[in-house]
Design a protein around this ligand. Structure first.
Ligand code: BDP
Length: 717
């Protein structure tokens, strides 16, 4: 009996230890194994001198102590002064001695308000590592960066780092409803426990803020873009205030989604017309009320006249009228309006891919200074691959904000392993040519192309109350990677994968190298087994999980996969060339020409821009049909290879996370075959051709695949 108890206890302890690993994200602070490094670290870090005493500085100090204790097994002493040792000096510019400040003047001039300096200087014949910035939050960013150096086992001798975020607003968009369901959320329910707020502060709110601060995310929109006006009532604003108070010391501002019809729904007005004086006044008062409770409230995110949401057009007014009215309401308090450009209408016969540009581009220069237009990365909707949205670079007088989707609505939910920073990087690196060669999307977003002062990037969060936050252990890398790219949109996704693997799992090169390749490959794999060669939006109805290229019965034409692939006896693909919908004309001439011409259109985007015959010759000499089939098979093979790589990683990591990922990869592999077979059997009806030899025979009939139903799929309202 005693033995049984012991075994049970051991099980409990080891369970909670590995469960904690899942929970701890990339802030594992694993023991540093390399003894030379450990002595170097210890030698350079005699103690910490902490300047200032704000809550933020206390958080920074605690973080450093936890980090050292876990990674080096030493409790760092807090010292009042240098005392003849090599130390770490941590504090904002305002708290530095004039001696240190003059040593750092050149660096201090280089950084912006949120930037930091990590630099080794000599003082009293001893080396001191200074972590500083213009304010305490910047210092906290520096501290997390310093800890990352240790986490990734890099040297700390003679440090000389100055780094500033290149984008001002680095924001998570939570599509969280007030009943705690999460639209397109695959990691459980919403973190925000509205019923228990404001009185009960869940430790998770603090841990969430800490994780975000560690990658420099400085804003969070708490509520779904399909908004509920109740969030703006006093009852809920008290709850929002409580969250804002938790997030503030971590440098995170709170934003809310504003339902355009709120003046009617909660204000008892007869209209929400943006030109109506009573409506204007209602919003002004509402803003004043919010700012009284939350002085650093960030502002509103608005989805208007899109997918049935109310907006200015309900009153014969336009997006500019709506956005500017709200902008005026928050301007006295320094707030911003993030106005989404995700619009398309079932009443518009135009190609859906053209509609947002057609509607918004003419508004260039018409928005108030504190409006930023939030544009999805591509013109349709967060597909595994889309060419960059033509609005980027096409509105020189309007700040444009990037919207990426971190949650994997169209990429296998939290079941499939897909490393999204690779996708994000592809978009950010795309050249819009709007101001000549080198006018990349990243430069539009970071404001350097048109010298915009207001810059922003949003990621639709993949976070829920699952123990591991994101459902799939590797989906944590997408949250992490979004934050890193928000800080610096020019970062390479390989660097991000490398940092994340080391901080989350292990620094062993035999682990990091193959796993890094696996993560990078995973993005092309998902494109191959879901939507190769420019196919898009062929996911099943509503929930968007799994293939549904046959779906053609939805009320709105542009919700049907058949609208997008247009497969017929003659071929497949959406003709957006000059002879088709001419969507190419929305790009700069250089880009339009490239996409328009079959010879120069990148094959990865082929069927996005062209309808080509089944016999069309691809660059590798294969016919389109064979090439397409081989891509699907290639995706299946890639995931098989991911499984092999993962199996070899067993000895480097804990068994719980190893097994979780192993099981998930098994499901993913099975589902790659489902994608391949369902799509190829369906398209084969039109091509009338045999599958090439290298493609495995389908396991089921097309009828079987069509019959599959997924009631209660998560994230689907
Ligand atoms: C689509 C989602 C839908 C969102 C919409 C949006 O299917 O749930 O509300 O985008 O971004 O991707 O507004």
């Amino acid at each position: 009996m005693a033995l049984l108890k012991l075994v049970f206890l051991f099980f409990l302890i080891s369970f909670s230890a590995s469960a904690q690993k899942d929970y701890k994200l990339w802030l594992q602070y694993n023991v540093v194994n390399n003894s030379a490094l450990v002595s170097e670290y210890k030698n350079n870090l005699g103690g910490i001198i902490v300047l200032g005493n704000s809550e933020t500085i206390r958080i920074a100090q605690k973080e450093l102590q936890t980090g050292f204790e876990n990674m080096l097994g030493t409790i760092l002493e807090i010292k009042p002064n240098i005392k003849g040792e090599n130390n770490l000096i941590v504090g904002s510019q305002l708290d530095l001695s004039s001696e240190i400040k003059s040593e750092l003047q050149v660096d201090l001039d280089k950084i912006n308000n949120e930037g930091f300096i990590i630099k080794t200087i000599s003082l009293k014949n001893k080396k001191q590592i200074i972590i500083t910035g213009k304010n305490d939050v910047a210092v906290l960013y520096g501290v997390f960066n310093f800890l990352r150096i240790l986490q990734t086992n890099k040297a700390v001798k003679n440090l000389n780092i100055t780094d500033s975020p290149k984008i001002n607003l680095r924001i998570l968009n939570h599509w969280d409803n007030l009943d705690r369901t999460v639209e397109r959320g695959y990691a459980g329910f919403s973190l925000w426990n509205w019923q228990k707020l404001p009185g009960f502060i869940d430790q998770r709110y603090i841990d969430y803020a800490r994780a975000n601060a560690s990658v420099g995310i400085n804003g969070t929109v708490l509520t779904n873009v399909n908004a509920n006006a109740l969030i703006l009532t006093p009852q809920y604003l008290d709850k929002v205030e409580a969250l804002a108070n938790v997030f503030r010391p971590y440098g995170i501002k709170v934003y809310l989604t504003a339902r355009f019809s709120a003046p009617i729904e909660i204000g008892n007005l007869k209209t929400a017309d943006p030109k109506d004086p009573e409506v204007i006044n209602w919003w002004k008062n509402k803003a004043a009320e919010i700012y009284k409770q939350i002085p650093d409230f960030g502002g509103f995110l608005v989805k208007a006249n899109s997918e049935g949401q109310p907006g200015p057009q309900n009153y014969g007014k336009d997006h500019v009228d709506g956005a500017n009215m709200l902008a005026d309401a928050v301007a006295p308090f320094g707030g911003v309006i993030m106005w989404r450009a995700f619009v398309y209408s079932e009443h518009d016969a135009n190609d859906r891919a053209k509609q947002a540009y057609a509607e918004f581009q003419p508004y260039d220069g018409k928005f108030k200074k504190n409006v930023i237009v939030q544009v999805k990365n591509g013109a349709i909707d967060f597909q595994p691959r889309e060419p960059f949205h033509p609005l980027f670079g096409a509105m020189p007088k309007t700040p444009l904000m990037m919207e990426f989707q971190i949650t994997q609505e169209y990429l296998g939910f939290s079941t499939h392993l897909v490393f999204l920073p690779k996708l994000f990087q592809e978009v950010l690196e795309s050249d819009t040519y709007q101001k000549g060669k080198g006018s990349t999307v990243a430069k539009v977003v970071d404001g350097t192309l048109y010298q915009n002062k207001l810059t922003g990037i949003a990621g639709v969060a993949n976070i829920g109350n699952d123990l591991n936050w994101t459902g799939h252990p590797f989906a944590q890398a997408n949250w992490y990677g979004f934050g890193r790219l928000a800080w610096n949109p020019h970062l390479d996704s390989e660097t991000i994968a490398d940092e994340w693997l080391r901080s989350t799992f292990s620094n062993d090169e035999n682990f990091v190298k193959p796993l890094k390749n696996m993560m990078i490959e995973s993005r092309e794999a998902v494109v191959n087994y879901m939507t190769p060669l420019g196919l898009h939006h062929i996911m099943d109805t509503g929930h968007h999980y799994g293939p549904g290229p046959w779906v053609s019965n939805l009320s709105r034409p542009e919700w049907n996969p058949t609208y997008y692939h247009k497969a017929d006896k003659n071929g497949i693909g959406f003709d957006r060339s000059k002879s088709g919908t001419n969507a190419v004309s929305q790009y700069a001439p250089e880009v339009a020409k490239l996409f328009d011409n079959l010879e120069t259109c990148p094959e990865k985007d082929l069927l996005w821009f062209h309808h080509v015959s089944w016999d069309y010759k691809l660059k590798n000499g294969q016919t389109l049909w064979n090439g397409l089939a081989l891509k699907y098979q290639g995706g299946v093979n890639q995931v098989k290879e991911m499984q092999n790589v993962w199996k070899k990683s067993e000895k480097y990591i804990d068994s719980e996370r190893f097994n979780e990922v192993k099981m998930l990869l098994e499901i993913q592999h099975e589902e790659t075959k489902w994608w391949r077979d369902a799509c190829l059997l369906y398209f084969q009806q039109f091509s009338g051709k045999e599958l090439p030899e290298a493609v495995e025979k389908p396991t089921q009939t097309l009828e079987y695949f069509k019959s599959l139903k997924f009631p209660f799929a998560p994230g689907n309202g």
